[in-house]
Design a protein around this ligand. Sequence first.
Ligand code: NDP
Ligand code: 1BO
Length: 322
Amino acid sequence: MAQATFTAEDQKIESFRLLSGHTIPAIGLGTWRAGSQADNSVKIAIVEGGYRHIDTAWEYGVQESVGHGVKAAIHAGVERRDLFITSKLWCTELSPERVRPALLNTLQQLQLEYLDLYLIHWPFRLADGASRPPKPGDVQEMDMEGVWREMEGLVKDKLVRDIGVCNFTLKKMNKLLGFAETMPSVCQMEMHPGWRNDKMLEACKQNGIHVTAYSPLGSQEGGRDLIHDETVDRIAKKLSKTPGQVLVKWAIQRGTSVIPKSNNPDRIKENIKVFGWELPQEDFQALCNIPDQKRVLHGEQLFVNKNAGPLRSVADVWDHED
Ligand code: NDP
Ligand code: 1BO
């Protein structure tokens, strides 16, 4: 259940409580493909939009720019302790001895002393310089337990406040829960009305693991254009909201935090104006009934080698659970 907090500008933003007792703001700014504009987008989001949550990753190649944006926001008077900064451990670093150096590198790029949340980006280890799609040998054996112990060590040493995962399946989550001494606080997954992924959401809820919904608008180039979906458009018109706001609100009403990406100042500010009103149950349900459920981020280019494996199909990537 979301709880309300207030930013310095008295804008009400909701947050969710994590297993650790910390809270995660219900809405954050995504930074994948934000490019060199990331610093400006982050600053505008925090200072003008009232965002307190920023989602980034080493793989996005924007951490230095994001760090500049965060620094500018702090310079403008926002306190670091009021921000929630998430980053992710990339696949090439998924061996125990690489975890801490990767985190330290991320902190240096962001110019921060700690992260609020550090996530395993994808549960597959890639060789340095892996091709897309991978050539034979690029997808390697992974010591998940050893990697998780190192993630737990980062919490103990106060370098990160919470740890979690992305792009997991029920099978991988159950395996992780079998050896985790520190529970994953967050599971970040693709979720929007075109890919609800109810099974994973329910499993996480049952284990007290909070879900963050990524690609909530259907993602970017090559994604699914939910902004112009007829159901989304009809509900937006009826409620005098924008399609972006309807999609973000749907995610929050499902109990997930949500991280829409935008580099456009007006859309950044529009996407967070989702508090103080609700989607009526019939509209929420209509969004849950959008047909043609399919993933946008299926991982084929990153991980599938049809001939050499070890992942020979998208179904293999998702443990044949879809
Ligand atoms: P989103 O679903 O957030 O969609 C972003 C696209 O929508 C951009 O093209 C943006 O363009 C446009 N947009 C933003 N707001 C509006 C609006 N109000 N109206 C119309 N168009 C709009 O895509 P992402 O895939 O980027 O997902 C969001 C974030 O989730 C990522 O940036 C990343 O931080 C995270 N993520 C995590 C993954 C993981 O593996 N853990 C995988 C994928 C994403 P413009 O910038 O021009 O506004
Ligand atoms: C390749 C990274 C996908 C976005 O998180």
